[in-house]
Every structure is written in C-alpha cells, then in structure tokens.
Design a protein around this ligand. Structure first.
Ligand code: GLN
Length: 481
C-alpha cells in the first residue's frame, strides 16, 4: 500500500474489498510517523491504542457487524480538541499537564463512526499563529521542504496528513488556520460555516470565529469527515442542524449553471505573481467546466485584517482569563495570590499569546472600547454585508488562499505585522461566518499553492461540488512531497 497517495475514499473501498485491513493501514501510518516525525515535529504524541483500535474494527468487519462511515480511518487531532484521557496542551506550556476529562463532541462522533484516533497534532500556541512556530513544543516543518514553515495554526495536522502519518485530520480555523496550512502543505482543508460543527470540547480562543473542520487530501475526503462531525449539539448553543453537507447528485462532472465571482480586492499588489498565475489558471479550469465567471467587489476587504486583529485578541484575552494557575494545569507559587497569577501566566504563556492578551485587554478597556472594539464590530458587519450582496449575484467566490507559498522558518517570526498579513485572504470568511475551502492548484519552486472557494453560510455543498469538479479535472492534489 502506498500511504502517501492513499485517500480515505480509496481506503474505505479497499478495506471493504478485503485488500488490506485497518491494522495494515494503521501500521503504514505508524511507519511514516516513525520515520518522519522526528524531523517534522508534526505529532506531539501517538495513541498507544491505535493498533488495538484498528484490531477492533477488523474484528467487527470479520463478524459482519455494521461499521461506521469512517471505519478504520486514522485521523490526527489538533491539540486544542479534547480527547478523554489524552493531554490537550493547545501548544502551550500552561496546559502541558492538562488531561482532558471528556471527549469533545467531534471526537464522540468520530468514535461512533469507527475512526481511529492516531495522535495529537502540534499547533501554534492557543491557535495564535500562521506558521506553526509559536508552539511551546517547537516548530513543525513543512513536509515539502523542511526549511520552510507548514503554515498555521493547524500546522501539525497538515504536516501529518501531507506526510502519510494519517489519512485525515481535525483542525480549527479562527482566521484561516485550516485553509492556510492546507494551502502551504498541498492539501484540501475546509472551514465550515460558523455553527455547523459543535465547538464543545475545543479550547476556546475567539469564540465568535472558531470552527473545527476537516483536513484531507481531497474534497471528497473532507466531505466524508465533515458529514460525520457536523450537526447540532445540545452542548453548544451556537451549533445548528445544517442542510446536507454533501449532495451526491450535485457532484456532476461539470459546473454548468454555477456562477462564480472573482473578487477584485483579492488580487492585491504584494501577492506573489506565481500564486496569482496558478489561481487564475485554476479559475480558467472552472470556466472550462461550464461555470460562469464574473468579477465582483468586496469593498471592505482592506479593513478585514485590522478588524480581526482587534476582535480576536479581545475575545482571546477574555477566554484566556481562565488560566490562572488555580483551576488548570500549570501553576507557579508566588508571594501572594496576585503574584502567583502573574508568575503562572508569565511563565506559562509564550510571547505571541501575551502580546494578544495585552492588545485585547487594551481594546476592551474603558475609554478604548468604543474606539476599537465597537468600531471593529461595525467593520465586521460591513464585511458581512459585502458578502451578502455578492452572494445575491453568484453562488461561489474563488480566490487565492494565501498571498505566498511557504516561507523560510524564522523569516517572519520576529515581525508580527508581516506574519498577520499572510491571513489577508482567509480572515474575512471567519468575520462573515462563511464556509471556505482551500484546494491545491499549482506549485512555485516545488511548494504548493492553494485556490480558495467561499460560499453562503451552510452552502458547503456548493463548495464540495466545485472542489470535486476541480479535482476531477486536475492532478495537483495527487502530488506528494
Ligand atoms: N493566523 C491567524 C491568527 O494568528 C489565524 C489563527 C487561527 O485561525 N486559529 O490569529
């Protein structure tokens, strides 16, 4: 079995046909982990129970029992999603010894679907980052070139899937953390509509933006995972029962009748010309498939980054208030209670997290609240209105995922503003609560480029239709590092 090109779809079919067992599949992933993880630093730990989980699936199959939709499929879990009994560090020192006492809803659903939880994926600390370098546990490297970043914050999830350590992964996306590393690692990654997937059991960063979503090699595989994890959940009041994720009849071999808008503001000066060329060629491919392509305008795009980098730290500063050394994990004793809080947070949080807590606290403080936080909320509404207007004319938007391919490790680390700029094409979907997916659409100097699709809330079906058409017409997603 060639694990590097194996997809979830193929593995399900071939296991069903008896060509290999779940144990063979898990062993192949464990072999990749054994040979590659030391360099890539994609996984923080590997489940001792992986082979036993696979064995149980194989026995169920042999006994003719009914199997779940992801039976025997090894999935990697970003370390900010709780798996009962596993450490959930969220890439932070402050949660180094924190053990999850319950399963996140998405984990419960993966278990019910007979998926195999194979390991914990490294990530930027508390999902703050675009490069995988803010993790307390060291940077993850890009499997296409180990001198480059894999993107972030779902850096380990993407590096693991791209290097054959698992067939799929869960990530979280608050401002692009599924789509951008998927783009930089040559994968397909979907940020679902806000509310489609329960956040119960995900470590909160910016609660009004955070969404859990799938990372895989193909759009079809991403749809298979999403179909398992999505849906309303009594434990997350923002979750709702959506329309179908994936409508097989909609996945025709063409895009006739589909209107796709190309936002002119998404082709900015400063974007790598090789990225623009690959994305424009990708759009040509959609046109050949029968899609009607029109230029559209999202006039408030340029304010997206500024609004995001106020709202996100504001919500994070409030969410991270719970790590006080008393209730969770890391604790450092000081002379008195206040000193203990200060030491715990000073030692437990890394530089990027502290920077954002300070920014957020400032933006929320009396006197500044109206000037910054409230203003950013208004910009958020304007950005949402831009999309509402455009989606009256078109079914989908196609645009780049990231303005550049993967950059050198360390190149932007000391320059947060330049780092933040790499999120320019992904954050608007979070501000507007829309679904978005990145698919591979080319290479520059051997490094992958991503094409992004955005749709109306809860219209993931249109995104999958376009993504699956595109992947039936191109081979970019079949390339391996
Ligand atoms: N790169 C963005 C940030 O640093 C997005 C993070 C995310 O989506 N979790 O905030």
């Amino acid at each position: 079995m060639d694990i590097s090109t194996m997809t979830i779809r193929k593995a399900l079919d071939q296991m069903q046909a008896g060509e290999f067992t779940a144990k063979d599949l898990v062993q192949a992933c464990l072999d990749s982990i054994e040979s590659k993880n030391e360099n890539l630093n994609a996984l923080l730990s590997v489940a001792d129970s992986a082979l036993a989980q696979a064995d149980a699936i194989d026995r169920k199959r042999a006994a003719g029992e009914e199997l779940g939709a992801l039976a025997g499929i090894p999935i990697v879990i970003k370390d900010n999603i709780l798996v009962k009994g596993w450490t959930a560090s969220a890439g932070s020192r402050i949660l180094e010894d924190y053990q999850a006492s319950y399963d996140a809803t998405v984990i419960k659903r993966l278990r019910q679907a007979d998926a195999i939880l194979i390991g914990r994926a490294n990530m930027d600390e508390f999902a703050m980052g675009s490069s995988g370098e803010t993790s307390h546990y060291g940077p993850t490297k890009n499997p296409w070139d180990e001198t480059k970043v894999p993107g972030g914050s779902s850096s380990g999830s993407c590096a693991a899937v791209a290097s054959g350590m698992a067939l799929g992964a869960l990530g979280t996306d608050t401002g692009g953390s599924i789509r951008q590393p998927a783009s930089l690692c040559g994968l397909t990654g979907l940020k679902p509509t806000y509310g489609r997937v329960s956040r119960y059991g995900a470590v909160a960063m910016c609660s009004s933006h955070d969404q859990i979503g799938p990372i895989a090699k193909t759009a079809e595989d991403a749809a298979l995972i999403l179909a398992v994890i999505e849906g309303s959940d009594a434990k997350d009041a923002t979750s709702v029962a959506g329309t179908d994720v994936f409508i097989p009849e909609l996945v025709q071999k063409d895009l006739k009748g589909v209107k796709i808008g190309i936002p002119k503001e998404y082709f900015l000066a400063g974007m790598d010309p090789a990225v623009e060329k690959a994305v424009r060629e990708g759009i040509e491919e959609l046109k050949k498939g029968g899609a009607e392509i029109t230029e559209v305008s999202l006039p408030h795009t340029e304010y997206g980054l500024a609004a995001y980098y106020l709202l996100m730290p504001a919500e994070a500063s409030s969410n991270l208030g719970r790590y006080d050394g008393v209730r969770y994990a890391y604790s450092s004793n000081g002379n008195d209670l206040i000193d203990s809080y200060a030491r715990t947070r000073g030692e437990g949080f890394g530089a990027e997290v502290k920077r954002r807590i300070m920014l957020g606290t400032y933006a929320l403080s009396a006197g500044y609240y109206d000037a910054y936080y409230r203003k950013a909320l208004k910009v958020r509404t304007l950005i949402k209105q831009d999309f509402d207007d455009v989606f009256k004319q078109v079914d989908l938007i196609a645009c780049p995922t990231s303005p550049s391919v993967a950059w050198d490790l360390g190149a932007k680390f000391d320059d947060p503003l330049t780092m933040y700029l790499s999120d320019v094409y992904t954050i608007t979907a979070n501000l507007a609560t829309l679904p978005g997916m990145s698919v591979p659409c080319g290479f520059k100097d051997g490094l992958p480029i991503g094409l992004q699709f955005l749709a109306k809330p809860f219209d993931e079906a249109s995104i999958f239709r376009a993504g699956m058409f595109y992947q039936s017409a191109t081979d970019w997603h079949k390339k391996t590092p």
